[in-house]
Every structure is written in C-alpha cells, then in structure tokens.
Design a protein around this ligand. Structure first.
Ligand SMILES: Cc1cc2nc3c(=O)[nH]c(=O)nc-3n(C[C@H](O)[C@H](O)[C@H](O)COP(=O)(O)OP(=O)(O)OC[C@H]3O[C@@H](n4cnc5c(N)ncnc54)[C@H](O)[C@@H]3O)c2cc1C
Length: 403
C-alpha cells in the first residue's frame, strides 16, 4: 500500500522472506493466546484459532496472502478494529532479531507486565526499520456464535455518526463492524461488477453494520432491528435490511470487499488512509467534498471504517483526461488538500497502511518535528548503521549507501 516492502533500485538491498517460518508454535486456551511464527499467513492463523474454538479477530481483504510479521510491522487495522482494536492491541509479546544479530527471544504471554518501557510497541508499526519480527504471542477471543449484519441507506454522514452512537449504546461491545460507503462509491461498484443493491431505492450514503456475540441464539437480529427501527423513526435512517441467511450476509460483505477492485477498473486511483477523531468524520467528509467538488478530471468517493474515524477519501481520475505523466502532480495536489483537512481536525495522514516510501516526505510536514526527532533517535539506538529497511519511514541514512 505504501511501498514499505519494496527495495530501492540499486540492486544492493537484501530481501528477507519469512514465508517458511509458518509454524503455529502453541495455543493456550486458558490463557487465550497463541504463539505463531512471523511467516504465518493471516488466514491460517484465523483458521488455527477456529480449530481451537477461539477467534483471532484481525481481518483484512489481504488476509489470504499477508503474513503476521507484516501485520505487526504495519500495525494493520481492518474491519473489526471498532471492537477488538488494531494489531497493536492484539499482540502480547514478540520474538525479534535485532540488526546486530541479538535475539529478543522471551515471548511474553502476559496480560499485565509493568516492568518499564514496553519495547514490543516500538516494533509494532515500525515497518521493519528496527528489527525482524520472527514470532509473536497473539490474543485470542471467544468465537462469535451469533451474528447480525445490516445494510442501511441514509442521507448524511452526520446521521451516520448519530446511528453509530445509538448502535453502541444499544448493542454495547457486540458492535464489530461499522463501515460507511458513499453513493458514488457504490455506483462505481455497480458500474464495474455485476451485482445489485440490497436496498430498493438509491440513498446518499450506506452503512454496513455487524454485531456479534459468543452466545448461541443471542437474538441479535431482533436487537439490531429494534435499534435501526428506532433510528428510522427518529428520521436519521432511511432504510435498512438485515441479512436473513449466511448467503445474504456474504452478499453484503462482497459489496464492501469488491470496492478496491472496482475502483481500479474505474480509473487512476488515489486512496487516502487518513484518520480523524470519530466525532469529526462528518466534518472531514464535508470539507473534503467542498474542497474537491466540481473537478471534471476526477470522481470523489468515500469508503471506510467510520467506527474507527478512518474514512478513505478516494479520488478516481479519468484515464482519458489524466494521463500517467500528469497523474503524479494531480495526485500530490489532491493529497495535500486531504491531508491539510485531516490535520486541521487533529487527524493523521496514515491510519493503518503505514508510511513506507509513499508518505515518507509528508511526515516532515504533518508530524511534530520533536516526535520525528525522537523517532530518529530510537532508530539510531536499534540500528546505528541503518541496515533495516533503509529509506522507509525516514530517508536512508547516508552511511548506509554502500552497506
Ligand atoms: C487488498 C488489500 C487490502 C488491505 N486492507 C487493509 C485493511 O483493511 N487494513 C489494513 O490495516 N491494511 C490493509 N492492507 C495493507 C495491510 O497492512 C497489509 O496487507 C498487511 O498488514 C501487511 O502484511 P504483508 O505480509 O503484506 O507485509 P508486507 O507488505 O510484505 O510488509 C509490510 C511492511 O512490514 C515489513 N515487514 C514485513 N514482515 C516483517 C517482519 N517479519 N519483521 C519486520 N518487518 C516486517 C515490511 O518491510 C514492510 O515495511 C491491505 C492490503 C491489500 C493488498
């Protein structure tokens, strides 16, 4: 997503694949933990948890190919952060090989451990710049045995935030997904993928909401229906349909999952991974719409994790009007506008995809220089000669040019 795993073009860099370090070392059902090697594919980790009658909740569209080490290094988020948190909240301990060859090999499996700086957090989200993660202890959760999924149509992102509050109030910790999709985004899907809307009428905005419970027959469809009916009566929701079968649930989810692919068919895609406080999401959307509306060279859509304050503003440039040569300049102009809006609302330029090389130069503008300076100091402590993923997060250190 941000070029974090791609070497430079000197031909001098060494690429390390952990694909063969793919063992599930142990599963502890009482401690609710599993220790896995970093090369494990995420979907295999999820499946191993299910076999032990547990849930490992990280869930992304790339789960069939991405590895736990990459999820940790990128602090991946995904579709259930609103309930379980991002990768940072799912890791209890790490095994890491440091640039000097030392191994931090004690994989803590503790829920509580207040013995000073918690070093694992430095590696989570470090994008491979401090060391190579080789194994991790992950948190497990009770498996969901009841699920209710709704596809909703509504008028505004402001109403969406009010609905989010009400669903949280009524359904509590059961809320596991709260995704928003703009009408334009759904239209792009319908233009390029043969599928139909679950709702009869067109709406300005759509929500995909899922609640789950580990209790069988927990009455979730009724709970969600009552909650959403009250929203309709209150005038903040226009229509909603609750999946009546696993097949219908999969159809709702398919609409969400095909969005990236549809956008690629539609034009040259520039997706932003910004986050703002959840309560500022509507302001973010409105200000971005105002700033970028009326441009004939691109279509603006929104999709993402409203429940986490991480709504992707997606600019889809018309291939006929914006050639590959012009794309970079246009993209930079549009991105700066989106990042400025996000920053003005107290947001971040990267919510879950990381910095890599794509956003490296933007960090200097959008991150506090004191924080950046401390980050460089930390990098120097772990990796004084700059051999770990050089040029990612920060510019490569000059002493590394020949290493
Ligand atoms: C279709 C698609 C959908 C996605 N959806 C989401 C989403 O919803 N939410 C989200 O957060 N992300 C999403 N992503 C990006 C996601 O973060 C990555 O797919 C995944 O988390 C990274 O794992 P990977 O194995 O692909 O890592 P890579 O891309 O190979 O590496 C990512 C970074 O981690 C470093 N790294 C990899 N392994 C290690 C290791 N063992 N030790 C140290 N550093 C390491 C690399 O150097 C690189 O900097 C999506 C990606 C795709 C392709």
């Amino acid at each position: 997503m941000v070029g974090g795993g791609i070497p430079d073009d000197t031909g001098n860099e060494i690429i390390v694949s952990l694909g063969r370090m793919d063992r599930i070392r142990s599963i502890d059902r009482t401690n609710d933990t599993m220790v896995v090697e970093a090369g494990c594919i995420l979907a295999n980790v999820q499946a191993a948890a299910v076999e032990a009658d547990r849930l490992f909740p990280l869930s992304l569209a790339s789960e069939g190919s991405c590895q736990i080490g990459g999820n940790i290094a990128a602090n991946a988020g995904g579709l259930e952060v609103v309930r379980y948190g991002a990768m940072r909240e799912l890791v209890l301990g790490l095994e890491v090989v440091l640039p000097n060859g030392d191994v931090l090999g004690e994989i803590a499996q503790l829920r509580k451990n207040n013995t000073g700086y918690d070093l694992k957090h430095l590696f989570i989200g470090s994008e491979g710049t401090l060391g190579i993660v080789t194994a991790a202890a992950l948190k497990l959760f009770p498996r969901p045995r009841s699920t209710a999924t709704a596809f909703c149509g509504l008028q505004s992102p402001e109403d969406a935030l009010e609905i989010l509050s009400r669903v949280k109030e009524q359904c509590g910790a059961r809320l596991s997904t709260f995704e928003i999709i703009s009408a334009r985004q759904l239209e792009v899907v319908f233009r390029h993928i043969k599928t139909a809307s679950p709702l009869d009428k067109r709406h300005s905005w759509y929500l995909l909401i899922e609640i789950t419970d580990s209790i069988l027959d927990a009455g979730l469809s009724e709970l969600l229906m009552d909650t959403l009916s009250a929203c309709i009566e209150g005038g903040i929701l226009s229509d909603a349909v609750i999946a009546q079968s696993e097949a219908q649930r999969s159809e709702f989810w398919a609409l969400r999952h095909v969005i990236s692919e549809s956008n690629l068919h539609a034009g040259r895609v520039l997706s932003h991974d910004t986050s703002v406080p959840v309560s500022s999401c509507a302001a973010f959307i409105r200000q971005t719409e105002r700033a970028l509306s009326g441009r004939s060279d691109m279509e603006l859509t929104f999709v993402g994790h409203l429940g986490d304050g991480n709504v992707h503003a997606v600019a889809i440039f018309d291939r006929e009007k914006v050639g590959s040569a012009e794309f970079e300049a246009r993209a930079s102009e549009v991105s700066n506008i989106v990042y400025e809006i996000s920053a003005s609302l107290g947001g971040s330029i990267s919510a879950e995809h990381g910095v890599g090389v794509s956003l490296r130069d933007k960090l200097a503008t959008f991150k506090d220089p004191r924080e950046l300076s401390l980050m460089r100091s930390i990098k120097a402590v772990f990796d004084p000669t700059g051999i770990m993923n050089p040029g990612k997060l920060f510019s490569a250190c000059p002493s590394n040019a020949t290493s």
